[in-house]
Design a protein around this ligand. Structure first.
Ligand code: PGA
Length: 251
């Protein structure tokens, strides 16, 4: 089933979150949970408000990051147990902004994936190449390395629970979305890599999203190909009407 996740990044205060979710619920009347999954990933400070407003709805709550330790002296960090109390279901792991600005590596991403699953949180794992890597013909080797290292030591049973978001870094927040052909090619390559590590059935079953300047105007192109199972959306998910339109592309 396609999954659309709103990654709000460092946008929206507690009160702005409240307003967004009221508008989202009031206007998303056509939602059909047997056809699509919609996840909202607000900043940590908005999780309690989002949890309260989403309670009893068909929409899921996600977080944008988590620490890979249970608890301890880690100033500024958030543990899985803290997320679970708000009913958080998904957690974005290894977003390129975290890899670029907060020194996250494939080793730390791997640790987080394992700890998320040990705590029954479903990871949305982000992978993708820079523009330099794409131009140098290194897209596939970059993605293959990320997938191999990020999934290292994870059982097939656990791997099945991971949603992969293919997010070319050059397409994030730039307005320059990948063509649907480029996205389909890389998503198919991700499936091939998963089939080499695990099995063909898992490579067909695992959900792989596209992310990078997704908007209501371009989502239909991506969703035409069955290999793409939804999207991770930044900028366009900050407006309820746009996020609804994106989710409605498969209804
Ligand atoms: P964007 O961000 O939709 O604003 O390009 C996507 C993301 O970073 O997940």
């Amino acid at each position: 089933m396609p999954i659309f996740a709103a990654n709000w990044k460092m946008y929206k205060t507690f009160s702005e979150t409240s307003k967004f979710i009221d508008e989202f619920k009031a206007n998303f009347k056509s939602f059909n949970k047997s056809k699509v999954e919609a996840v909202i990933c607000p900043p940590f400070t908005s999780l309690s408000k989002a949890a309260e407003k989403l309670a009893g709805t068909e929409f899921s709550l996600g977080a944008q990051n988590m620490n890979a330790e249970k608890e301890g002296a880690f100033t500024g960090e958030i543990s899985p147990a803290m997320l679970l109390e708000f009913g958080v279901k998904y957690v974005i792991i290894g977003h390129s902004e975290r890899r670029a600005y907060y020194n996250e590596t494939d080793a730390s991403v791997n640790k987080k994936l394992k700890f998320a699953m040990a705590n029954n949180l479903l990871p949305i794992l982000c992978v993708g190449e820079t523009i330099g890597e794409r131009e140098a013909g290194k897209t596939e080797s970059k993605i293959q390395n990320q997938i191999k290292e990020d999934f290292g030591g994870i059982s097939e049973q656990d791997a099945e629970k991971i949603v992969i978001a293919y997010e070319p870094i050059w397409a994030i927040g730039t307005g320059k979305n990948a063509t649907s052909k480029d996205a389909v090619d890389v998503v198919n390559f991700i499936r091939k890599t998963i089939s080499e590590i695990y099995s063909k059935p898992l490579s067909e079953k695992i959900r792989v999203q596209y992310g990078g300047s997704v908007k209501p105007e371009n989502i239909v192109e991506y969703m035409k190909d069955e290999t793409i199972d939804g999207a991770l959306i930044g900028g366009a998910s900050l407006e309820a009407a746009k996020f609804i339109k994106i989710c409605e592309s498969v209804l």
